[in-house]
Design a protein around this ligand. Structure first.
Ligand code: GLN
Length: 199
């Protein structure tokens, strides 16, 4: 079994909020790097796609040729974690949009689901898979997951039932930004998925 120091988890750094993910992964003791090129993605054990602007990141992914490599590596079992924009790009369906995407998860997302009035907020989420203590979650112009297929597991919902964290096999999608708090348990959960995929 690979030790944690042997695991390399990249953070896609085409645009957006990748630096904080790298800091969190460093705290968890894995190797990490900001990645932009197809060959960099080939050498990873896991990939995080951070928040940003999904139309921009989607276009840059195909311009840099990384979309095909991510789809290929994820198909071979490499874990991929999308936060906010990353979750949008993992979805097969994006309501009312034909923007470029990876389409790796059987979910439908609605972008900017909280509207202009409350475009950012924080709340406590119960995530039983991660621990008893609730997780403080920061939402910034966040999407929500409006529908899922049976193969998708719901890991967290808002109090009103809206779905904000889901897993389908080796893919994990969060509508919020777990890298913006000091609580690294969501990343820890992803690191365990990566460890599990190497066994
Ligand atoms: N609203 C952005 C989008 O649609 C996502 C915002 C974020 O990643 N914080 O891509």
């Amino acid at each position: 079994m690979a030790g944690r120091k042997d695991l390399k988890i990249g953070v896609l750094a085409l645009q957006g909020d990748f630096a904080r993910h790298i800091q969190t992964l460093e705290r968890l003791g894995v190797q990490t790097a900001a990645v932009r090129l197809p060959e960099e993605i080939m050498s990873l054990d896991g990939l995080i796609i951070p928040g940003g602007e999904s139309t921009t990141v989607g276009k840059l992914m195909s311009r840099f040729g990384v979309d095909k490599v991510i789809i290929e590596r994820a198909g071979e079992g490499m874990p991929v974690f999308g936060t906010c924009t990353g979750a949008i790009l993992l979805a097969k369906d994006i309501e009312g949009s034909d923007q470029p995407r990876l389409g790796l998860m059987d979910i439908t997302v609605r972008r900017n689901a909280f509207g202009r009035q409350i475009d950012s907020f924080e709340t406590d989420l119960d995530i039983p898979e991660i621990g008893e203590e609730p997780v403080r979650a920061v939402f910034i112009r966040a999407p929500i997951i409006t529908s899922i297929q049976d193969c998708v597991k719901v890991l967290a919902q808002l109090e009103d039932g809206r779905v904000v964290l889901v897993r389908e096999n080796n893919c994990l999608a969060a509508a919020f930004h777990p890298e913006l708090t000091d609580d690294s348990r969501v990343h820890e959960y992803f690191v365990r998925m990566v460890e599990g995929s190497k066994k």
